[in-house]
Write a protein that binds this ligand. Structure first.
Ligand code: S3P
Length: 429
């Protein structure tokens, strides 16, 4: 599958984007081990979250859809999951396999998890090491999936300092901590998304937190809770980018999650000169939400603040495209984690932008992106959803048509991407 993008520009619009991927995964997992029925609205019915839903169903959790984005989860309680009859296929989803590695470590049964070609190359040692310290036994293929989580071990709490800032690893340890004796503590080198901690809190688990340290005591029961999932800021960032790069558009994106552990993309774009305003701030449960108004803007380059990296970790493909249209040059550093995402995003974005006529100097842990004009041509997404969508938006303001190859993975996080882009005036088919 490919996108063919015709020169087009965003126009005035009011739009919603699909639900938050991170929160949707967590609603399925935590709802599944809570006692009672949780109703989830605004759920992201993308392939990644559907893989988590299938995994939870395979372990005895009843999930019923009342619409494409609303579902009920009949939680089985902390000790109620049952052994799946087959290996769990987590598709493309790093969040699913890493968080479930933590959850499965506390179970009485064994389970195997695997995924697609991209997931099979992604590093899992970062969750295996702390889970082994807790007493779990996990076999892997030299630190990559498939993972066989043996189960049947009584876990013990640990005090663990993450070597890399990762919400997935933090969450895996906290989920295992629910099944551990004593207290489990995770220290993070930089603040990462805290949806797990917030949702555990709403479900009645006491989680102690200061800025870089999160602790919970094992054997706390979760109570079912209805969850309204905000729109995904990561998906909204493609719409924001299109509006910023447009001639004179003003776009309002409604009901977007603006949890401060996620809003690095807004801070970075504003620091580059983007006109972005948050309106109508409110809460969906424990999650802050706002409408985001974005206007066409003139951007300038500079050095991106490394302190914002973990708060914008999924938005660097978007930020690379913004940088290509920012006066001067834009320097990114401290983003080495991008090399182990769905693709090596520093390399795949550098390649894509170069093919569209932009100079990019790659470094070991970053890149320098020079301002230029996009030209038409053919680019490769390397099967990475966020690279595909970022290059599609870049293509819309190129001097000629742009083809983005291998875009099927867009379904993992942003079902309806082409229709959403059409709604703001971009011609992608
Ligand atoms: C996620 C955490 C981040 C992010 C991913 C979703 C999560 O990964 O890149 O898309 O839901 O916890 P890392 O924890 O590996 O940085």
């Amino acid at each position: 599958m490919k996108f063919i993008v015709q020169p087009s520009t965003a126009s005035n619009a009011r739009i919603t984007v699909p639900g938050d991927k991170s929160i949707s995964h967590r609603a399925l997992m935590l709802g599944g081990i809570a006692a009672g029925r949780s109703t989830i609205s605004g759920f992201l019915a993308g392939e990644d979250c559907l893989a988590t839903a299938a995994a939870m169903s395979a372990m005895g959790v009843e999930i019923a859809y009342t619409s494409a984005t609303t579902l009920t989860i009949d939680g089985v309680g902390l000790r109620g999951l049952v052994e799946p009859s087959a290996a769990l296929d987590l598709g493309n989803s790093g969040t699913a396999i890493r968080l479930l590695a933590g959850l499965l470590s506390g179970q009485s049964f064994a389970a195997t998890m695997y995924g697609d070609e991209s997931l099979s190359r992604r590093p899992m040692q970062r969750v295996i090491t702390p889970l082994h310290q807790m007493g779990a036994q996990i076999d892997s293929n030299e630190g990559c999936p498939p993972l066989l989580v043996h189960g049947g071990r009584q876990l013990r709490g640990i005090d663990y300092t993450l070597p890399v800032a990762s919400a997935q690893v933090k969450s895996a340890i906290l989920l295992a901590g629910l099944y551990a004796d004593g207290v489990t503590t995770v220290k993070e080198p930089a603040v990462t998304r805290d949806h797990t901690e917030r949702m555990l809190g709403t479900m009645g688990v006491t989680v102690e937190r200061d800025e870089h340290r999160i602790s919970l005591r094992g054997a706390q029961m979760l109570s079912a809770r209805d969850i309204q999932v905000p729109a995904d800021l990561s998906s909204a960032s493609f719409v924001m980018l299109a509006a910023i790069l447009s001639r004179d558009a003003e776009v309002l994106i409604e009901g977007v999650g603006v949890n401060p552990t996620r809003t690095g993309v807004i801070d970075i774009l504003q620091s580059m000169g983007a006109d972005i305003v948050l309106e109508n701030g409110r809460l969906f449960g424990e999650e802050p939400v706002a409408d985001i108004r974005v206007r066409a803007s003139t951007l300038h380059g500079g050095s991106i603040d490394p302190a914002l990296v973990s708060l914008a970790i999924d938005e660097f493909p978007v930020l690379f495209v913004a940088a290509a249209r920012a006066a001067g040059k834009t320097e990114f550093s401290g983003i080495g984690e991008l090399r182990v995402k769905e693709s090596d995003r520093i390399a795949t974005m550098a390649e894509g932008l170069r093919r569209l006529g932009i100079r990019v100097d790659e470094t070991a842990d970053g890149a320098v992106v020079h301002c230029g004009e996009f030209q038409g041509g053919s680019v490769q997404s390397h099967g990475d959803h966020r690279v595909a969508m970022s290059l599609a938006v870049a293509g819309s303001i190129a001097s000629g048509p742009v083809t983005v190859e291998n875009v099927a993975a867009v379904e993992t996080s942003f079902p309806g991407f082409v229709d959403s882009m059409a709604a703001i005036g971009l011609k992608i088919r």
